[in-house]
Design a protein around this ligand. Sequence first.
Ligand SMILES: Cc1cc2nc3c(=O)[nH]c(=O)nc-3n(C[C@H](O)[C@H](O)[C@H](O)COP(=O)(O)OP(=O)(O)OC[C@H]3O[C@@H](n4cnc5c(N)ncnc54)[C@H](O)[C@@H]3O)c2cc1C
Length: 463
Amino acid sequence: MTDQTTGMGQTLLEERAGDAALESPNYDNEFDAIVVGAGLAGSAAALTLAKRGLEPLLVERGTYPGAKNVFGGVLYTPTIRELTDLDSAPLERYIAEKRFSMLSHDDETAISIKPGEWNREPHNDSFTVLRGDFDEWFAEQAVEAGATLVTETTVTGLIRENGGIVGIETDRPDGEIRAPYVVLAEGGNSLVSEGANLKATESRENIAVGVKEVLEFPENDEAIQDRFRLVGDAGVSYHYFGEGAVGEAYGGGFIYTNSDTVSVGVAYSLEDAATKHQTPEETLNLFKSHPAVAPLLRGARTVEYTAKTIPEGGAETMPDLVHDGAVLVGDTAGLVLNNGVHLEGTNMAVESGYHAADAIATAAERGLTSADALSSYADALENSFVVQNLERYGWLTDRVEEDRDLLFEQLPSAVADAGTEYFRMDRAPKEAHARAAKQRIFETLGGWTGAMKLAMRYRKLVR
Ligand SMILES: Cc1cc2nc3c(=O)[nH]c(=O)nc-3n(C[C@H](O)[C@H](O)[C@H](O)COP(=O)(O)OP(=O)(O)OC[C@H]3O[C@@H](n4cnc5c(N)ncnc54)[C@H](O)[C@@H]3O)c2cc1C
């Protein structure tokens, strides 16, 4: 237990005269830190705090960690691997193939990436998981390291004293718990952080809605291996764009293979869900019924249906990460990269939980709780892949939105038509087919000038 006021030399005390810790808040002295939410960010924070010798309390509203957690399906593990041994982790399959498909009304044009290296350890640190299993295991790692986990407990608010956060209120009788640090790891639907004015409510344009089904194949044990051409623990991540995937909405569809099930879903702009009257259920059904998708899922039965929002504002809308006595991590801090090519939040959640805990442990050694004392968390995140990646792709979402008709409707159709034309089997010479294919693409892009302009608009993607 970290005592906030004892054991400090007089000089040090004077140095810290401005620090909130010295205003003597009334802590319970039971826990050094409280982590709200046992998702990936929360368990990473609790595990790191415990490994640094602190006693964190991990509070989860679900009946067990992961019980309420929704995501598409690929967990990225470079940071988790640094925090704990992955050997006993409930991983489903490693990703051996990434496939990107453009779907128009009834066509598919795809690119598949299948490097041999991904078949070897550490499998590019990309694995499908079921969050109910994985999150429970990850929280257990934190508990084994010394964290205390309480489940079925919803945090309903934060306690403030002298402007700083000094604890939480919960839905339990006598449910106040006080501690010097609170880590807000409550995910994207961050009612507690918003209620305490630690972040603004995200605007609808910066939120996507994700809906996912887990499907099993009750009458075909070999369906997953056969249809996705898998051997052993290999798995696939298939991403789909275009009108055929999500209709008029801005977003895409996905299929990920688990050991005995597949995860199938769509993620698209909440604004479109509201204004285009495209419900998540309709959009998912549209995707599942596309002629390129339906045969992969034939005979499948739904065993789980979940929906959740994804923060998409990127670096621009990131809230202040540190406050007196509190830090924001993971989706609560808006740390998700969702740009069509990448859908990554799990790695960012874990990385942020780790850096936040590291900053807390360092501040605790000095007996400090102020935002200033915790600012090394914000600095570390700025210098990590998390903020760098969000900044790198910040421009992309807006640009794709501007070009959405071209990219999601016109181009997928044109590419499919051009492919049909190029490979057309008739008695005309190949040159005529090639010319017709080129013309179809150029008509859509606006000739060489249009093609060059488009390439220039997206050149940063390959820089
Ligand atoms: C449809 C969809 C598909 C996705 N696909 C991928 C993907 O394939 N790969 C990827 O890397 N990322 C993906 N993401 C993003 C990824 O899921 C998130 O970035 C990641 O889960 C964030 O982790 P977190 O710990 O911040 O939040 P969460 O995982 O949401 O965890 C928050 C935890 O806090 C708990 N909680 C919330 N409020 C309270 C409260 N008041 N009191 C107590 N407990 C509380 C919740 O029950 C939960 O356990 C996807 C997201 C969605 C919605």
